[in-house]
Design a protein around this ligand. Structure first.
Ligand code: GDP
Ligand code: MG
Length: 705
């Protein structure tokens, strides 16, 4: 026997935390809306008969946002055996608005009054019995974070599902409005047998197209209901949706004012912190400082000595040395020895050498997320983005994309407005993901521990997004209504070691997995193509570099990158191979720099790359690799989310042109200004491009509202 129980509630009420605690799964607990768009199913650890579904966070059961559609579809059509309504006890008034709707569905409803730990800390008082009575359902006080009462919650919910007892519906609206709803019910006899009778009647009254269609109303019924609706709108002097919304709010306000007493008058700790952290004046400087600090710690503190040690001692001497010894003892042929050492080892070790930087970056991001600062960033940048005509919601996918672009691109699903969604899909991969951070870390190490590379490329990504927004928003195809963005700011709390560990571990695991699979294969490919000459002779490693297949192909394409300052076969193939996965840029350099030669590999990668680039060409190379077409996985995600060939092509085309022209400008200007070289034809081209960009950015928009 299986009992299906749905977890429904506002974003950030703790559904996923509860779901993870009950099922032992590791779904992503995020502090921003839109992280859980899809529903997730899991079996309860303690009671195998109970299957829980974690629904996306919603504020109401209207069918406007994707989250609402997913959640409503599940609740109304799949009909779980019971609903656990997760309510944030520290924010009860807003949360109960949804509860009034859930209570109408005719499904046993249990309110999990969550975050009781916070409620107690704030010394708030909540009259549980009163809420139970007024809402006609059972209330269980829990703390998902502290695992309080959650087994009891399941037990009560399971029993409610088994009993399948529905409490008589509550008449929460003012009398006049109740009369209208009653009249609608009377007009639809088929509702008599329906347990969701009241919900459907209200929805029909609200002119909800989907419900009306499903009820297959006759034209006569429809016209009678239309008349009722028109009547009511006149009587209440408001549109129907407004009437219902007000009715619900009034009910909830009355209920909470009589059942909730806030312990502390005035501002909570979080409110006080937010006064500064999200203030108009300080928010952006604080954000800049925080992210700069994060990169400073990751690249400079951890990066400096730990990375040197990882590269030179751990991989160079210990692992590399042992591997080399093992191969020699096994008596492998020279070819196999070279394949393993100069190919696989050099490539994979090159990438993993910077793992400490990436892992610590992931840790810091996880901490910022868990204490609640990341949602403040989304909130702050929402204000900034709006100024540039971008939807604030666009920033969440971009923030998520700092770990990996793929989930970032997927998170765009929550953006209702198609124009904004497509734009966000286009720009989501411009942020430095973990793999691109590997490239940044490599260059930072080369440039004498230049930790500021991190923030420069991070904020550079944000600037790239804003420029793109400014340009595209002025074109017709990116017009659309501005969608409202409701951002819940959770209370700050100390980071939980478990959450931080989980989210770091998930990302680190993915990174290491990539190194052991894609990077490994790519390294074998690079090794083969550098050791086989164009007339298909296998030549001992090293001597054939210049007439190897890889060099041959690289020389055919290098012209394309010449204006960007890295028109050399190696940088060209590294960039192209980077499309497989961005770490391949690093692994390719690792192989060519002979990291596999354990006698000489100390500092080999950094020395090699340092000689290879000038300041200007390095800057251009890094920016190009960050901004240009992302890895195959991310391109796949773009294609899937665009779900349209033309739009996918547009996005990739835009990305290519944008990254190319940006890097061209960076190289040409840096070449003259930093490296002190004479301007040439391409510098002129860069100047023209700059003028075009300035024009596109500053020309007034025809579409400005
Ligand atoms: P969802 O959006 O409803 O899935 O909410 P999440 O499970 O992602 O939780 C949102 C935030 O609330 C996270 O930072 C959680 O750590 C935090 N949280 C969840 N449950 C509790 C709780 O019982 N007490 C406290 N203090 N925080 C909680
Ligand atoms: Mg969630």
């Amino acid at each position: 026997m299986t009992i299906n129980i749905a977890l429904a509630g506002n974003p950030n009420s703790g559904k996923t935390t509860l779901f993870n605690a009950l099922t032992g799964s590791h779904q992503y607990v995020g502090n921003w809306p839109g992280v859980t768009v899809e529903k997730k199913e899991g079996r309860c650890k303690k009671d195998g008969e109970v299957v829980l579904t974690d629904l996306p966070g919603i504020y109401s059961l209207s069918p406007y946002t994707l989250e609402e559609v997913v959640a409503r579809d599940f609740l109304v059509h799949d009909k779980p055996d019971a609903i656990i309504n997760v309510v944030d006890g520290s924010n009860i008034e807003r949360n109960l608005y949804l509860s009034t709707q859930l209570s109408e569905l005719g499904i046993p409803l249990i309110i999990a009054l969550n975050m009781m730990d916070l409620v107690r800390k704030n010394k708030d008082y909540i009259d549980i019995e009163k809420i139970e009575k007024e809402l006609n359902c059972k209330v269980v006080e829990v703390s998902a974070l502290k695992n309080e009462n959650i087994d009891l919650l399941v037990e009560i919910s399971k029993n409610a599902a088994l009993e399948n007892k529905i409490f008589p519906e509550i008449k929460s609206f003012p009398k006049d409005l109740e009369t209208y709803i009653q009249k609608v019910e009377d007009l639809i006899p088929s509702l008599n047998e329906d347990r969701a009778r009241r919900w459907k009647a209200v929805k029909v009254f609200e002119n909800d197209k989907q419900v009306i269609e499903e009820l297959k109303l006759s034209p006569e019924q429809k016209s009678k209901i239309d008349k009722l609706r028109a009547d009511a709108e006149k009587f209440f002097d408001d549109d129907v949706e407004g009437i219902i919304t007000d009715g619900r709010y009034d009910f909830v306000t009355r209920l909470t004012s009589s059942s909730v007493k806030k312990g502390r008058q005035g501002l909570t700790f979080s409110d006080k912190v937010d006064k500064i952290v999200t203030s108009k004046i300080f928010s952006i400087p604080i954000f800049l400082v925080v992210m700069t600090l994060v990169y400073y710690l990751a690249i400079s503190v951890v990066g400096g000595d730990v990375t040197d040690w990882t590269n030179d001692v751990l991989f160079g001497e210990i692992i590399g040395g042992k591997l080399d010894e093992l191969l020699t003892n096994l008596g492998t042929s020279e070819m196999v020895h070279s394949l393993v050492m100069d190919g696989v080892f050099a490539g994979v070790a090159g990438v993993l050498g910077f793992l400490p930087v990436i892992a610590s970056l992931f840790i810091f991001i996880a901490i910022l997320e868990d204490i609640g600062y990341m949602s403040r960033i989304a909130f702050i940048l929402d204000r900034v983005f709006r100024k540039f005509g971008l939807s604030g919601k666009s920033f969440i996918p971009i923030l998520v994309g700092t770990g990996c672009s793929v989930p970032g691109i997927m998170a765009t699903r929550t953006i209702e407005n198609d124009a904004d969604r497509r734009m966000t899909i286009t720009v989501a991969s411009m942020m430095p993901c973990g793999a691109k951070t590997d490239i940044i870390a490599m260059f930072a190490a080369i440039w004498g521990g230049a930790w500021w590379f991190g923030p420069v490329w991070y904020f550079g990504g944000i600037v790239a997004v804003i420029i793109t927004g400014l340009i595209l928003k002025k074109t017709e195809r990116f017009q659309g209504d501005e969608a409202p963005f409701i951002m819940e700011l959770p209370e700050y709390h100390l980071p939980s070691a478990y959450n931080v560990f989980r989210s770091t571990w998930t990302r680190v695991k993915a990174f290491v997995f990539n190194a052991g699979t894609i990077i490994l294969l790519a390294s074998i490919f690079v090794w083969l193509t550098t050791n086989i000459t164009i007339n298909f002779k296998f030549e001992p490693f090293g001597s054939s570099e210049t007439d190897s297949i890889l060099a041959f192909v690289g020389k055919k394409i290098q012209w394309f990158f010449s204006p960007l300052g890295f028109g050399d076969w190696l940088a060209a193939v590294a960039t192209i191979l980077g499309l497989v996965a961005k770490e391949v840029v690093v692994s390719t350099f690792g192989i060519i720099a002979k990291l596999g030669d354990i006698e000489t590999n100390t500092g080999a990668l950094t020395d090699f790359v340092k000689d290879y680039f000038t300041t200007a060409s390095m800057l251009a190379f890094m920016f190009f690799n960050q901004l240009t077409i992302p890895c195959f996985a991310a391109v796949g995600a773009i294609r899937q989310e665009m779900n349209d060939r033309k739009w996918t092509r547009f996005a990739l085309g835009y990305i290519l042109v944008f990254s190319y022209t940006m890097s061209l400008m960076i190289y040409q200007f840096a070449r003259v200004l930093i490296d002190g070289q004479a301007p040439n034809f391409w510098t002129g081209v860069a100047g023209v491009i700059l003028v075009i960009y300035l024009y596109l950015i500053f020309k007034p928009s025809k579409y400005k509202k």
